[in-house]
Ligand binder design. Sequence first.
Ligand code: ASP
Length: 341
Amino acid sequence: MKTALTPLLVLLIVGLSACQPKPTEVVPPAYALVIHGGAGLIKAENMTREMDSSYRASLSEALSAGEAILKNGGTSLDAITTAITILEDNPLFNAGRGAVFNAQGFIEHDASIMSGADKDAGAVGAVRNIKNPILAARKVMEESPHVFLVREGAEQFAALKGLQIVDPSWFMTHKQREKYEQTKATQLEREFPLGEKHGTVGAVALDKFGNLAAGTSTGGMHFKHSGRLGDSPVIGAGTYADNESCAVSATGHGEYFIRFGVAHDLSSRMKYAGMSLEAAAEQVVMHDLVKLDAGGGIIAIDKAGNICMKFNTAGMFRASVKAGEEAYVGLYGVPEIEVEE
Ligand code: ASP
């Protein structure tokens, strides 16, 4: 009896399951792009309307330029390079022009870039005269056998590759010089409280070829020791991209981000523990880093085009866009509060 019924049952089950709607396949968007301009004590009550709109306009400008590349079928690497270059040239952010001074009164830039398709990467550290450090990181990735070049070696390499070299004074802004002079006079920032320090820039993107890319650029921590490298140029700490998981750019107290290997940790949690991007970021940014009082945040995109912008500070300058969707720009905690007059 039992044996006679089995084929019938099988037929019934097959028939029933054929009637079930197929699980909807997750179709990644044609492209996605997220950028950040640093995390920190960014609060509506500390901003004027003018500052608020300058930051929003600057983020929108960089986002639109990056999006235009992706929309026209360009690569994620080109999109993030363009967006970061625009933010480096903008004195509002702590990268390129407008970067913070170190304790010795110099400006030293760090930048890195990574391609998720082949895990190729490039970085420069403590460079003083390369106009756009992200372009130097990209040259290291694409035109050298190395991953990481620092100081004079990186500067010579960039010049040899035809990148624009500028006098270090080009990066100096009145605002940052004043901040430096004040700190020098009071020596109040020796312990690097996170405070007002924010403005590192970064971008992550997914292109129509399914390739992820990430990049980060910064002047580092205000009043840092000369020669100090933060997480931003360290592959796996401030920047990471892997087509099998996600692309990440971080911002925050770099010493902790290096020790936690933040960007790689996010990718590993997705790859080896099967976590979603959102869950992985929640764990790393809102629990692990918070336990050590390490302020900062991340932006990330996974291979399915899911976007994540997570920070444990009051705010993070950020913007994102996906194919066919409205762009988003945010500065403060969620939900955002309107700036008062
Ligand atoms: N992560 C950067 C550094 O430590 C600073 C920042 O993102 O604000 O150099």
